[in-house]
Design a protein around this ligand. Sequence first.
Ligand SMILES: [Cu+2]
Length: 110
Amino acid sequence: MRINRKLAVLAFTAAAVGAAHAEDLPTFKLEMADGTLKPARIEVPAGKRIKIEVSNSGKGAAEFESVQLRKEKVLAPGADSFVVIAPLSPGEYKFFDDFHQQAQGVIVAK
Ligand SMILES: [Cu+2]
């Protein structure tokens, strides 16, 4: 998304952190850092809601984005957040760091 919108989302995300309730879902971790994704491939169960806990350990902002999954999450440096993804059909779903578009990953639902 566009940069001015990202800044608005950053502010909103900071405000929403305290209100977010953790849900008991199959959970996977993704660490983003200045254009790296760890791991770049995340295997998840198909047909179940899942949670991806995203952290940004880089010096600059990061944005978890997936066009296929229609998810975007902007993370300030040092921020942690999460995205909940609706049950997926088996297959591969690309994601990337919208601030470092060479950083390409894939969620594999099996
Ligand atoms: Cu974006």
